[in-house]
Design a protein. Structure first.
Length: 366
C-alpha cells in the first residue's frame, strides 16, 4: 500500500487529457495507472480482514462493503461541484491531494494480526479450486448476476428522463441506488454469519427480482422508480456480502486453496460481468424493442433491458436451487442404502463427495 498510494496520487494529479477529450478517458495511461494502483492499495484492506475476524467475519465484510456504497453517493456529488466550479484538471488535482491526505495516515493501521516475521512461509498459489463444483457453481452465478446488476445504475437516469423527470431527480435515482446497499450490506453481513450462504443468496435474489419485474417493469412515474432504486440497491447490492462464507466453504472443500485467491477470482468474475454488460446492454436497447407494444415500463423501449436484468438476477440465485437438488439426491441415496460394507461401496461409487460426506456424518452419529 505504501507503494501504490503515490501511483493513485500521480494518476489523478496529472490528468492526461484536456477538458474537450473527456469522452475518451479509458484510452489514457493515467486512468490505467489509477485503476491498477487503486486496486492493489484496496485489496490488502479486504484480505487482511481474514486475520482479524472469525465469528463475525460476514458482518465485518458487510460494513466494509457499506462504506464503498457510501463513497459512491458522496464522491459523485463532490466531484460534480468541483468540475462545475473549477474545471476538469483542477478538480482532479484537488481530488488527488484530498485522497492522499485522507488515506495516507491510515496505512499504518493496515497490518496483519500476526506479524509478517512470525508468519509461516506462504505456499505457492494453487488454483485447483477453480475446477471444484463448489467454486464453479458460485462463480458462474456470480458472473451472470453481475451481467445485470450494473445496468440499472447506468440506465435509471435515462429512464427517469423518459418519464419526464428533471436532471436533479434523474440523479436522485442513482443516489438512492447507492444509499440502499449501505443498509443492505450490513444486514446481509449479519445474517450470513448465522444462515446458510445459499439461503442468504436466495433472499438477495427474491428481493432484487421482485424489484425488477414488479416495480421497475410497471414504473411509469417517479415514485415507484424511487422505490425500485431502494429495493434493488438493498437486495442486489448486498449480494457480494455473501463472499466471505463462499471463501470459507471453498477453502474447506479444497484445503490447498487460499481465501485470498478465492476472493480475487470472485472479484474478477464480477469484473467480467461488468465489462460484458456494457456492450450487451447497448445491443438490448438498440432500436428500442417492444416500444409501444407492451404495457408500462416494458413498452418504454427499455423492456428488454428490464427483462434481462431480472433474468440474470434469477440465475444469480441458482446456488440455492443446486443445494436443494443435491440435498434431494442425498436423501434418496441415504434412504436406499444401509451401513453394510457392500452398500457403502455402492454408495461411494455413485455419490458425489458432498453427499458421501453427509452419509458418513449420519452413520458416525448413530
Amino acid at each position: 500500500m505504501y507503494l501504490d498510494l503515490p501511483i493513485v496520487f500521480a494518476a489523478y494529479r496529472r490528468p492526461e487529457f484536456p477538458l474537450d477529450q473527456r469522452d475518451q478517458p479509458y484510452h489514457q495511461p493515467g486512468n490505467l495507472f489509477y485503476a491498477l494502483g487503486g486496486s492493489v492499495a484496496y485489496l490488502p484492506c479486504i484480505l487482511l480482514m481474514e486475520d482479524w475476524f472469525e465469528k463475525r467475519k460476514g458482518l465485518a465484510f458487510g460494513v466494509m462493503w457499506a462504506g464503498t456504497g457510501l463513497g459512491g453517493v458522496v464522491l459523485p456529488i463532490v466531484m460534480e461541484q468541483l468540475l462545475n466550479r473549477y474545471g476538469f484538471p483542477i478538480a482532479l488535482r484537488a481530488f488527488a491531494i484530498a485522497l492522499f491526505i485522507l488515506t495516507a495516515p491510515l496505512v499504518c493501521f493496515v497490518k496483519p494480526r500476526v506479524p509478517v516475521s512470525q508468519r509461516p512461509k506462504a505456499p505457492v498459489p494453487n488454483l485447483r479450486f477453480l475446477i471444484t463444483s463448489t467454486f464453479a457453481l458460485f462463480e458462474i452465478c456470480n458472473i451472470i448476476e453481475a451481467l445485470g446488476f450494473f445496468l440499472p445504475s447506468i440506465y435509471l437516469p435515462t429512464y427517469a428522463g423518459v418519464i419526464g423527470a428533471s436532471t436533479s431527480l434523474q440523479a436522485l435515482t442513482v443516489i438512492l441506488f447507492y444509499v440502499a446497499p449501505v443498509v443492505g450490506c450490513v444486514v446481509m453481513g449479519a445474517i450470513i454469519d448465522k444462515w446458510d450462504v445459499t439461503t442468504c443468496i436466495l433472499v438477495s435474489t427474491i428481493g432484487s427480482t421482485i424489484g425488477v419485474f414488479l416495480i421497475w417493469g410497471f414504473s411509469m412515474s417517479l415514485a415507484p422508480l424511487f422505490v425500485f432504486s431502494i429495493v434493488y440497491g438493498l437486495f442486489a447490492g448486498s449480494y457480494t456480502s455473501t463472499w466471505p462464507v463462499i471463501m470459507r466453504d471453498v477453502v474447506r472443500k479444497k484445503s490447498s486453496a487460499e481465501s485470498s485467491m478465492v476472493f480475487a477470482c470472485q472479484a474478477a468474475g464480477r469484473g467480467i460481468g461488468n465489462l460484458v454488460s456494457g456492450p450487451l446492454s447497448e445491443a438490448l436497447i438498440k432500436d428500442m424493442p417492444w416500444k409501444s407494444q407492451a404495457g408500462c415500463g416494458y413498452g418504454s423501449g427499455y423492456g428488454s433491458l428490464i427483462v434481462f436484468t431480472g433474468i440474470t438476477g434469477v440465475i444469480g440465485g441458482g446456488s440455492y436451487v443446486a443445494r436443494c437438488f443435491l440435498d434431494m439426491i442425498g436423501t434418496v441415496i441415504l434412504t436406499r442404502h444401509t451401513a453394510s460394507s457392500s452398500d457403502f461401496f455402492t454408495l461411494e461409487k455413485k455419490a458425489n463427495p458432498g453427499i458421501l460426506h453427509t452419509y458418513l456424518i449420519i452413520e458416525n452419529s448413530r
